[in-house]
Ligand binder design. Sequence first.
Ligand code: ZN
Length: 289
Amino acid sequence: MFELPSEPVIITCAITGNKTTRQMNPNLPLTPKEQGIAAAEAVEAGASVIHLHVREDDGSESHRLERFEESIYEIKSRVPEAIIEVSTRGAVEDDIDYRGNCLDLRPEMCSLNIGTLNIGDEVFLNHPLDVRKLAARIYEMGVEPELDMFDVGHVESAFTLLKQGVLRAPLRFLFVLGIPGGVSADLRNLMHMISLLPPGTHWTALGIGRFQLTVAVHALMLGGNVRVGLEDTAYYRKGEVAKSNAQLVERIVYLSRELGREVATPDQARKMLGLKPRVPAANQLVSIA
Ligand code: ZN
């Protein structure tokens, strides 16, 4: 018989991303201060993890270390309990060392992409040698990666990389559904990918665009964790842009509780994710000076 899951859900909020624009949603946080405010609202609403990309003043995607440092400072000064997950995702022309700049700040978590795919008309390139190099740097800096899974083959590759020692246990998976060129936001795809994981493996799911809510509800029902945020969709529902990241988090908190799952606090989330317990805020930021 199907048992409804009862463990708390970890909510990740992807507050900015690399593609969403102010034209798509005027409430998108772009500057470090705006990101600090958006992250604080999202954490107060129930998010534990803030997935972070940074932008330059003109809104363009950036991996500049100083920019990450400013944004992390703005977030941590408001919500020191938040778990920050920096993005190491980059454009096809970005050097892998540049993409990994943010690791020098020793955030608790980062994203790691281990597969290449076509996204719409673009190539999302993650050369195997770059993946190995970036993974080594991640572990060297004491950062815990979450693996972005855009397709079924990526899940299987993760276990190969684990066997080879490129990745280390415990693996944490983020299933990205509904991106053009990746696996579609079909419940059967999600269930198949979950079926490839050993019992007890940590996973989170997100749906891109109009699939954000349905994928989140599936994840809640299947015992997984949920990511929402303006990185993944500019909208709250069809024809209505989201007022804020917090608004998207609030809806998941409500649904989760209605379905009998409490929402994990950041410190509970650390335990569930296998992270070290939180240290006082002042020690969390390693100065790059
Ligand atoms: Zn991202």
